[in-house]
Design a protein around this ligand. Structure first.
Ligand SMILES: C[S@@+](CC[C@H](N)C(=O)[O-])C[C@H]1O[C@@H](n2cnc3c(N)ncnc32)[C@H](O)[C@@H]1O
Length: 275
């Protein structure tokens, strides 16, 4: 995913606009890939770990931030939650509405998660929990979201989010397969080569190989990612690092799958507000 083209924009507002154009442009390809229920990456890694940390209860009111075509919103609704799904891509929200049955208790809104005032219009102290599935590394700014969440969540509420693992699945990694011959046997070892981690970076990348327009990735090392949350009073009280199981079928050599079952492509964390 090393796609370090120069970025022609110079402020978070420009980056955000550029990101929004990309997600609108890529919406139909993304929607076709994720379908009603998500792909294996979503179901086996993101969903399982998020649900483990979230512990959804019937009737919980949950905010899904960067909901895309609504895969997680629908899943949460099927578990009995009342869901509000937000995304700044009008096109993806249209896909989400299209794929959602009237009886699902989901309200979708086009809202920019970098706009604190717009977020607060959703209602202070009105959510039992919030989630964000694989979206924070796509957001130009995350401080406004964390600030807003301190007000949107009820006192015992939690925020569970997943991101591309900043250590092992950032825009500066290479996936490596090395073949060796030893004692008459050929063996392949798989590893991840990390060339950058500590500096935050903004680079173009591809979430899907066939997406029409590359979009910006906002890589943040873990201390900066969580530092934004700690600054406004969140504490970390749950963490998962899911990887594909060793028996997962591997169709290709160098994609996330059982070849990399020892290396987590996703980081999932649960944050709570200090009482
Ligand atoms: C990788 S997709 C994940 C979508 C969905 N959560 C899923 O799991 O399929 C990232 C999503 O974040 C959304 N996004 C990025 N920046 C955003 C922002 N500033 N406000 C709202 N949504 C944003 C994109 O439009 C896109 O739908």
């Amino acid at each position: 995913m090393n796609n370090e083209q120069p970025i022609n924009t110079d402020s978070p507002k420009d980056w955000n606009r550029e990101t929004q154009v990309s997600w609108n442009t890529n919406a139909s390809v993304w929607d076709a890939k994720m379908g009603d229920d998500g792909n294996d990456f979503h179901r086996l890694l993101v969903r399982l770990a998020t649900e483990k940390l979230l512990e959804v209860k019937e009737g919980d009111r949950i905010l899904d931030i960067g909901c895309g075509n609504g895969i997680f919103s629908r899943r949460l609704a099927s578990l009995g939650a009342k869901v509000v799904g937000i995304d700044f891509s009008e096109q993806l929200i249209a896909c989400a509405v299209e794929r959602t049955q009237v009886q699902d208790a989901i309200a979708y809104h086009v809202i920019d998660a970098t706009d604190e005032t717009a977020l607060l219009s959703l209602g202070e102290n009105s959510f039992d929990a919030a989630i964000s599935a694989m979206a924070l590394m796509d957001m130009a700014e995350i401080a406004p979201l964390f600030r807003a969440l301190t007000k949107l969540l009820k006192p015992q509420g939690c925020f569970v989010f997943s991101v591309m693992h900043p250590c092992f699945n950032n825009p500066h990694i290479s996936m490596v397969a090395e073949e060796t011959e030893s004692d008459g046997e050929i063996k392949t070892d798989y590893s991840i080569k990390v060339s950058k981690y500590l500096q935050p970076t903004i680079t173009y990348g591809l979430a899907l190989r066939n997406q029409p327009k590359p979009h910006l990735y906002f890589h943040r090392p873990i201390h900066l990612l969580l530092g934004e949350a700690f600054r406004v009073g969140f504490v970390l009280n749950g963490l998962e690092e899911p990887a594909f199981p060793a028996n997962y079928p591997n169709d290709y050599l160098l994609v996330w799958g059982s070849n990399f079952s020892e290396i987590p492509p996703v980081l999932v964390v649960r944050l709570k507000l200090l009482a």
